[in-house]
Design a protein around this ligand. Sequence first.
Ligand SMILES: [Zn+2]
Length: 158
Amino acid sequence: MTRTGIGYDSHRFAAGRRLVLGGVTIPHPEGLAGHSDADVVAHALTDAILGAAGAGSIGGHFPDTDPRWKDADSMVLLRDAYATVRARGYAFVQCDITVITEAPKIGPHAAEMAARIAAVLGADAGDVNVKGKTNEGMGFIGRREGMAAIAVATLERR
Ligand SMILES: [Zn+2]
């Protein structure tokens, strides 16, 4: 039996922060604001994996009021969330992630992000797809105020 979950996340751009996406630090004039490292890719995927297992949300497992998660490496949150769903009897099958931003270009970094994510999940990089889109200049993403990510993850019951 397979189950599917969806995750969405967005963060505001902020000066003086590293831009970390899918565990990869990407050269860019601005990073993303957040309690943790604000890795919008890791957060969306974590929510998708938790959702597929019916295990709640990233905010429930890792509240941003908890000082433990201040400047946290979000790939550690992803690993912890996956441990939670494994304990409930689920195994990762595949995921697809769309990063929506006007800049930077995601394509040149997509393979490295997929490899990092796959390593955390003990999966093949081919089972993790990462792609980028612009928002055609519209809305908060178009105004370059921030970026968003959407993830879909499939788990199977073991
Ligand atoms: Zn987030």
